[in-house]
Design a protein around this ligand. Sequence first.
Ligand SMILES: [Zn+2]
Length: 336
Amino acid sequence: MVTARVETVVLDAANLAARNPNGKKADWRFVFVDQVKAACERRWDGVLVRAWMDASAESRLADRDRLRSARQAGWLEIAPGDADDLILEFADDHRAAVVSRDKFKDARRTYPWLEEPHRVWNWTWEKGEVTLAPRRLRPVTDEEVAAARRKKALKAGVIGLVDGQVWICRAPVGRCTQAGRSTTPKKTLNKYYCARCSYPAEEQVYATVLPAPPTLTLVVDGANRARLDLPPGGVVLGRGGPTRPDVTDVTGFLDGGAANDIGRRHLRIDLDDEGRPVVVHQSEAGSSFLNPRFGADGLPADHRLEPGTRYALDDDDELVLGAGRVRLRVSFEGDD
Ligand SMILES: [Zn+2]
């Protein structure tokens, strides 16, 4: 498999710093950003790593001394507003790879390279160790881009976190020491105000997806055929049979010949430390693709999974098995 050379990488530090141990409240530590930076440096020899973090995320860190070290070393900057804009501008200027779980739907037309292979990377945590894998963002329609832009405009630069709450003082600059920054709220008649200045306070909600139990929908020839639950111990999907009780069969709706396109133990899906699904293609025969584009012949044309590599799966992702008649759609319940 050809892997494009990555010379510069930009980290979405707020996204990386919030870790959700399976089903628990997010744990905020800059050490996770340090670990991902180290993983990038191991993977790409001589790579230049830069990172941006939202100002409001800084106050949630349990280890702010590490953040200070990163700023002093010059590879981390604090974004006064939405770090995403700075991350994408930098990536565009430097042809950098982006490490983030954001889908950047509002920016897909401004930066079409977001949908190219090897420009966006995801990570998984397994027993405290981080693994990077290329992420293919599912192409979006113009309507989806427009909806994402409206949503972003409504939030007026407010990005947000999975659980716990951060409140931003909305006082004009100069009226409050916390104007535009995180503050302690007070609640009056179901509205929140900055406790220092009494201007309205606005909740900041981060875009990390809560790992609710993910489900897989088996789609064969375009029709939804079954809903597969993902047990905590993971699942092996492939060509089932009486001698393979460990395999969940995904070929039952195919005629005989087509089933041979799918390996006996085609792929495995596990949950990582945060309860996020991770796929590993493990079949010698056959192939799997994540959010591929399709050629004129109707066959999946790109983003083939390298056997043995761990790829994080996201809400709305589509895994395509073999020639494409069998697909698995990933959904995280409760995600909007
Ligand atoms: Zn205030």
